[in-house]
Design a binder for this molecule. Structure first.
Ligand SMILES: O=P(O)(O)O[C@H]1O[C@H](CO)[C@@H](O)[C@H]1O
Ligand SMILES: Nc1nc2[nH]cnc2c(=O)[nH]1
Length: 288
């Protein structure tokens, strides 16, 4: 989907099918689809049934949009995301959430760590990102700007909300998992191959803490249309940086760490949603 009316059609269809009017949208990373399971009073839709929605093709991404209640907030959860390497035009479905009245987007992903202090199983709260495809021109905002959503030249400083990052660290302390959680910088690469050793070394030298193949386009689109964003990476593997190292990463291993940490990630996101203040702008004022 490309133009405002098409996003609106998708939003209208969803609003005709469910009574839920979400305030929070959650995008589930690889192996993190269980985040949707905690929602109460669920209405769920296969992507293939939603007019204008692309399809998910990656294992560990179910391809369902789930609406429901969590800790007094109404949520919509993407159980399955769209990656650039699947051949999708860069993902702008976040705009549908804006039109549904969403205030805050929570993005999660599985990522490999470059930072020495980040181990598999750790959780990295995303402080900032490097959007490599975006910097090279593969940006979801390429093309005529739709002023109904946001400005031609949106700022990206501060795109990961500081207040929510602070709350998340407090929640981690309360849950007794502060020892496995820290902030860091996520870099998006195009994928679908994992990094060569020279690429891994380059990313490390650049100060990147974790690398994956998603998230940045979603956050750019969300920030453009005025959504507040919180992001976390579940570290599923260390990116191999040494020619002496015989280990190598694979997608099954990525999904396995997702399963092992599913409960903790679920608790963190649930408690964060419980504590977050929503700007109760249920109308879509910013979207004329
Ligand atoms: O970013 P998510 O969707 O969590 O998935 C990550 O895991 C997959 C590789 O195992 C890639 O798609 C990478 O981006
Ligand atoms: N690019 C990239 N994506 C990932 N997703 C999960 N682990 C990794 C990784 O090591 N590299």
């Amino acid at each position: 989907i490309y133009i405002h009316d098409e996003y609106q059609k998708t939003a209208d269809w969803l609003m005709s099918q469910t009574k839920h009017r979400p305030q929070v949208a959650i995008i589930c990373g690889s192996g993190l689809g269980m985040l949707a399971d905690t929602l109460k009073c669920q209405d769920s839709f296969a992507y293939s049934d939603i007019p204008g929605f692309p399809q998910s093709t990656v294992q560990g991404h179910a391809g369902r949009l789930v609406f429901g209640e969590l800790k007094g907030k109404t949520c919509v959860c993407m159980q399955g995301r769209f990656h650039m390497y699947e051949g999708h035009s860069l993902c702008k479905v976040v705009r549908v959430f804006k039109l549904l009245g969403v205030d805050t987007l929570i993005v999660t992903n599985a990522a490999g760590s470059l930072a020495d202090g980040l181990q598999p199983g750790d959780i990295m709260v995303i402080k900032d990102h490097v959007n490599f495809p975006g910097m090279g021109g593969l940006n979801p905002l390429t093309g005529p700007n739709d002023d109904k959503f946001g400005p031609r030249f949106p700022a990206m400083s501060g795109c990961y909300d500081k207040g929510l990052r602070c709350v998340a660290m407090e929640v981690a302390k309360q849950l007794g998992v502060a020892n496995i959680m820290q902030e860091g910088v996520y870099a998006m690469v195009g994928g679908p191959n994992f990094e060569s050793i020279a690429e891994a070394r380059l990313l490390h030298r650049l100060g990147v803490d974790a690398v994956g193949m998603s998230t940045a386009p979603e956050v750019v689109v969300a920030t453009h249309c005025g959504l507040r964003v919180f992001g976390l990476s579940l570290i599923t593997n260390k990116v191999v940086k040494s020619y002496e190292d015989s280990e190598s990463v694979n997608h099954d291993g990525v999904l396995e760490v997702g399963r092992l940490r599913s409960h903790t990630v679920q608790q963190l996101v649930t408690e964060l949603i419980s504590r977050m203040e929503i700007n109760n702008n249920t109308t879509t004022d910013n979207v004329a």
